[in-house]
Design a protein around this ligand. Structure first.
Ligand code: DC
Length: 645
C-alpha cells in the first residue's frame, strides 16, 4: 500500500499491549550471542530491525531458534563468533550495525557490513576511530566515516584508555561497551565530548550487568571494565514493552481525551523514553504510573499547554511531542535534539517540512525545532514519511484533530512496529455499538449501517455461536467453563465474503440452528468465555470505523463507543419475524415454541451475572416493533449522524 488514509478521529481511549522494546531486543540478542550458555528471550520485538540482527547472528554461526509467541532461544558462542567470513546486510538498523561492528572487529574474522542507501549516510566514524585505537582493522569501502565497512582480524592492544566522541550517537559507546569484555582485559573508555542520549547507555549497562559484566562509571566521562569479566547467560529474560512506541498512544490519550493505557512498561522501566510521560505532564496531561502500565488523559482544562523542554534524554519519543505541539496553546520549543539530524532521516528537516503542511509555523536550527500551531489543522494533508517509522507513527496523531490525514508509505512502521496502525485503530477508530435481544433485527440493521458508512462489521453473537458449536463438536459439556473458555480463546474462526468458517469448515448455516442458539446463550453466561473473547472482539475496531452488534458492545466491549443504540422489539413481534424467516426458507416453524424459546433466551441473557443484556442509560432506544428494516436503519442512522463519532 502506497498510502494510508486515516479518517477524522474525535477521541482516543482504551488499552494497548506494547510490542517489545527495539533497544532492549537487539542488545539482548547480541549479549546472548556473545555469552556462555543458552538464553531464552521472551517477548522479543518482531520487526525489521530485530530480523536484521537475528539474520546477522545466524550468518556468523550463532544458533538462534524461534520458540513461538516471540520467544527465541540463543545458543551463546561464549565469546567470538564461530563463522570467520561473512557478508552482512544491516538494512537501516542502527541498533544492529553499530554493536555488531564492534563485536565483529574483535571476532578474528573477515566481515563485510552494508545497508540500505540511508544507512550509508549515517555516521559510524566515531565508533571506528574508537575501535582503531585498540588495534581493530576496519576499512571504509564507500565513503570515509560511513558504512559499508570491511572488517579484518584485530591485533588487540589495550594499554591506553579508548578515547571516544559521544555527541553524535550514544550507540557508539553502547557498541564499544558491549564488545570490549570480549578481550577479557581491563579497559577504560574516556569520552572526549558531551555524551548525548544518556538513558540509552543506562539500558546498555543494565543489560550487561544481567549477563554478568559490571562497568564502573564515573559520571558520563569515564567507563571502566575490569579484567576477566565475560558474559554468562542469565537463563530466561523478558523484553519490556517499547517505551518509544508507548509515546504515540500516551499522546493519543492526552490529545483525544483518554484514558489510554499502555501495558508492558511502567514506573520501573529501564528505558529512558518512559520519561516522555513527564513531558506530556508538562503539557498538562494527566498521567498515572503503574508497575507495568502508564495511562494518559487530556488535561482537566481540555487544552494542552505550550512547552520549552530540553529533550536530549528522549530523542526518539521527542518526535511525538513535535506533533503533539499541533494541539498546544502556543509555541512549543524542543531543544537539544541535534541527533535527529543523523537518524533514519534528517528528522529536524523532515519534521519541519511536514508540520508546515499543516499550517504550523516552524523554526528549525542545528539542534532545535520550535512549533507554533495554527488555529485549525489543514484537512486531507498527505504526509511524507522519509522511510522513517517514527514520522509515520507520530503524524498519524494528526487525525485526532478531527481532520483526515494521509500517511504515505505507511509500511515503514515495519521497522519497529508492524501492527502500529491496527493498535492505533483499537483506541481511536469510531465505534457504533448496537445491542439488543435476540431477533430484534440488530444484525441486519448493523450490517446495513456498516455498509452505508463503509465501516467494518462485527456480529459478536456469531463468536458465541461458534464457541458453542466448537464445544459440542469437541464433546465438551456447555457448562465446562475452563474447557469452553480455552476453546474460545483459540477459536479457529474466520469470516470472509459473508461466509463463516470454523477451521476450513463453512458453518454459516450450522451456527443458526435452534440448538446452537440455545447453546450460545449458555456459553455466553460463563465469565471465562466472555473474557476469552474480549480481545478478539476489540481487534475488530479498525479504520475507518466499526459497527458492532451484540448484548454488551456498548457496556463492556466498547464502553467508549461514539454511538450506542439499544435496538429492541416486543417478544411477540420478534417471534413473528423469526417465524416468517423460517417459513420463507421452507423450514418447519411453530409460533408458540418460537415465542417461548425467545423468552427463555432473553431471560438467560438478562439474568446472567456478567454483562447481562440491558438497556444502558447512555444508549439510545430504538423500538422496532412497528418498524420495517428500512425504518429501523433510518432511525439508527439519525442517531449516528448526531453522535460525536
Ligand atoms: O445475537 P445472537 O442471537 O447471534 O447471539 C447468540 C447468543 O450469544 C445470545 O444468546 C447471547 C450471546 N451474546 C452475548 O452474550 N453477547 C454478545 N455480545 C453477543 C451475543
Amino acid at each position: 500500500m502506497d498510502s494510508l488514509h486515516l479518517p477524522p478521529l474525535r477521541s482516543a481511549s482504551g488499552c494497548v499491549r506494547l510490542p517489545g522494546s527495539k533497544s532492549i531486543s537487539n542488545r539482548m540478542l547480541l549479549l546472548a550471542a556473545l555469552a556462555q550458555g543458552t538464553t531464552e528471550i521472551r517477548d522479543l520485538l518482531d520487526s525489521d530491525d530485530t530480523r536484521v540482527m537475528l539474520a546477522a547472528l545466524q550468518k556468523v554461526g550463532v544458533g538462534v531458534t524461534a520458540m513461538g509467541s516471540n520467544a527465541w532461544r540463543v545458543e551463546g558462542s561464549g565469546g567470538v563468533f564461530p563463522v570467520k567470513d561473512a557478508d552482512l546486510f544491516m538494512g537501516n538498523a542502527g541498533t544492529a550495525i553499530r554493536p555488531l561492528t564492534a563485536a565483529l572487529a574483535l571476532s578474528g574474522g573477515h566481515y563485510r557490513l552494508s545497508g540500505v542507501p540511508r544507512m550509508h549516510e549515517r555516521p559510524i566514524g566515531d565508533l571506528v576511530d574508537g575501535l582503531l585505537q585498540i588495534g581493530a582493522d576496519i576499512r571504509y569501502t564507500g565513503t570515509s566515516g560511513f558504512p559499508p565497512l570491511a572488517i579484518h582480524p584485530a591485533r588487540v592492544k589495550l594499554a591506553a584508555p579508548v578515547r571516544l566522541r559521544g555527541d553524535v550517537s550514544s550507540q557508539f559507546l553502547t557498541a564499544l561497551l558491549m564488545a570490549l569484555p570480549l578481550t577479557g582485559e581491563a579497559v577504560v573508555i574516556e569520552m572526549t565530548t558531551e555524551l548525548i542520549s544518556r538513558p540509552y547507555i543506562e539500558i546498555t549497562l543494565n543489560l550487561m550487568a544481567r549477563f554478568g559484566v559490571q562497568v564502573e562509571r564515573e559520571g558520563w566521562q569515564r567507563f571502566t571494565i575490569a579484567a576477566g569479566q565475560g558474559y554468562r547467560s542469565p537463563g530466561v529474560l523478558h523484553v519490556e514493552g517499547d517505551a518509544s512506541a508507548a509515546s504515540y498512544f500516551l499522546a493519543a490519550g492526552a490529545i483525544g481525551g483518554g484514558p489510554v493505557r499502555v501495558e508492558g512498561v511502567g514506573r520501573d522501566s529501564i528505558q529512558g523514553d518512559v520519561r516522555f510521560a513527564e513531558a506530556l505532564e508538562a503539557m498538562g496531561a494527566r498521567i498515572e504510573w503503574g508497575e507495568q502500565h502508564i495511562e494518559a488523559r487530556a488535561p482537566v482544562s481540555g487544552k494542552l499547554q505550550a512547552f520549552d523542554l530540553d529533550l536530549n534524554h528522549i530523542p526518539d519519543a521527542a518526535m511525538t511531542l513535535a506533533v503533539a505541539a499541533l494541539f498546544a496553546d502556543g509555541r512549543c520549543l524542543l531543544r537539544n535534539i541535534g541527533s535527529w539530524r543523523v537518524k533514519e532521516t534528517d528528522r529536524i528537516a523532515a519534521m519541519a517540512a511536514e508540520l508546515r503542511k499543516l499550517d504550523a509555523t516552524v523554526e528549525e536550527g542545528a539542534d532545535f525545532i520550535a512549533v507554533t500551531p495554527a488555529p485549525t489543522l489543514v484537512p486531507n494533508c498527505a504526509i511524507d514519511t522519509y522511510d522513517d517509522h517514527r514520522m509515520a507513527m507520530c503524524f498519524a496523531l494528526v487525525a485526532l484533530g478531527g481532520v483526515s490525514v494521509t500517511i504515505n508509505d505507511p509500511a515503514c512502521v515495519n521497522k519497529t512496529f508492524p501492527d502500529y496502525f491496527d493498535a492505533l485503530a483499537e483506541i481511536t477508530a469510531p465505534v457504533i455499538a448496537i445491542d439488543g435481544p435476540s431477533a430484534s433485527g440488530k444484525g441486519t440493521v448493523a450490517e446495513r449501517v456498516a455498509a452505508a458508512l463503509g465501516y467494518h462489521y462485527l456480529d459478536s453473537g456469531s463468536l458465541y455461536r461458534l464457541t458453542a458449536l466448537a464445544a459440542l463438536r469437541a464433546g465438551l459439556a456447555l457448562n465446562d467453563e475452563a474447557g469452553v473458555a480455552a476453546l474460545a480463546a483459540g477459536l479457529p474462526a474466520s469470516f470472509s465474503g459473508g461466509r463463516i468458517l470454523l477451521a476450513n469448515d463453512d458453518v454459516t448455516d450450522a451456527i443458526r440452528t435452534e440448538e446452537i442458539s440455545v447453546g450460545a446463550s449458555k456459553v455466553a453466561a460463563l465469565p471465562a468465555v466472555r473474557a476469552a473473547l474480549l480481545a478478539r472482539q476489540r481487534a475488530y475496531r479498525r479504520f475507518p470505523g466499526l459497527v458492532a452488534d451484540g448484548r454488551d458492545m456498548g457496556s463492556v466491549v466498547f464502553p467508549a463507543a461514539g454511538a450506542k443504540v439499544f435496538l429492541t422489539a416486543s417478544a411477540q413481534a420478534r417471534a413473528e419475524r423469526r417465524y416468517k424467516q423460517l417459513i420463507a426458507k421452507g423450514m418447519p416453524a411453530n409460533m408458540h415454541a418460537l415465542l417461548q424459546d425467545l423468552q427463555e433466551r432473553d431471560a438467560r441473557d438478562a439474568q446472567r451475572s456478567v454483562a447481562p443484556l440491558r438497556h444502558c442509560d447512555d444508549a439510545d432506544l430504538v423500538d422496532t416493533t412497528e418498524m420495517n428494516i428500512e425504518a429501523a436503519v433510518a432511525a439508527v442512522m439519525t442517531i449516528v449522524q448526531r453522535s460525536p463519532l
